[in-house]
Design a protein around this ligand. Structure first.
Ligand SMILES: O=P(O)(O)OC[C@H]1O[C@](O)(CO)[C@@H](O)[C@@H]1O
Ligand SMILES: [Fe+2]
Length: 206
């Protein structure tokens, strides 16, 4: 039996999506180890560990290969020290699966990194569509003072791998506040991937 067509209304202010099949929230206490400033993270944890950093509403019509997963990501504004709030970030478990993000509200960045360690940073704004190509690690950053809301779409069989970033000590680049704007700085904890690890990612097929 074919999956029935559906439509879903997005509230750009909240990211609430009608008739989702799932939703989850990430609170500050679940995001240890992501930010550079451990003291600032400990202080923020004591003050607002229960607070939501981002929330995802999603629709997974079917798990079948060739289908899609789509939904919204709502990110609160905030910083840990000078570093803007970010999502955990991942490469797709099937690394050659791409993704699109579309700005609904607020201002932020898609911080991307190739397996070889090249950084690409693209701004996300309302009515801007960002394409994350196959093989690129990606993380969203809220650089604004209001919530950043994006809608996303990616293949149903993509999956998320968080281990690759963790093994490298994070992503190569961090996004810090700079006056009223932002700046990209090298992550001092970053360890470039080995040739063998890069080759394994690049060999992803199907
Ligand atoms: O999975 P992370 O890195 O915590 O980030 C969440 C975002 O990425 C997604 O997993 C989509 O790739 C969505 O759930 C959301 O846009
Ligand atoms: Fe993704």
């Amino acid at each position: 039996m074919a999956v029935p067509p559906t439509s879903h209304r997005i509230d750009p202010a909240t990211g609430v999506l009608s008739s989702p099949t799932g939703r989850y929230e990430k609170r500050l206490a679940e995001l240890a180890g992501i930010y550079a400033d451990a003291d600032a993270f400990a202080a923020a944890l004591a003050e607002r560990g229960d607070s939501i950093v981002y929330a995802v509403h999603e629709v997974r019509p079917a798990a079948a290969r060739g289908d899609l997963i789509f939904g919204t990501t709502f990110m609160e504004p905030g910083r840990i020290g000078d570093e803007f709030y970010v999502t955990r970030g991942h490469i797709h478990a099937r690394a050659n699966r791409p993704e699109t993000y579309y700005g609904e509200a607020g201002e932020g960045l898609m911080l991307m990194e190739s397996p070889e360690g090249e950084t690409s940073i693209l701004e996300v704004r309302p009515r801007v569509m960002v394409y994350v190509p196959p093989l690129w690690i990606h993380r969203s950053v809220n650089t604004g003072s209001a919530p950043l809301v994006m809608s996303f779409c990616y293949p149903a069989d993509a999956g998320q791998d968080y281990g690759l970033i963790a093994r490298s000590g994070g992503m190569a680049t961090r996004i810090l506040a700079d006056g009223t704007g932002w700046k990209a700085v090298p992550n001092a904890d970053y360890r470039p991937r080995s040739a063998a690890e890069i080759d394994a990612i690049l060999a992803t097929q199907d």
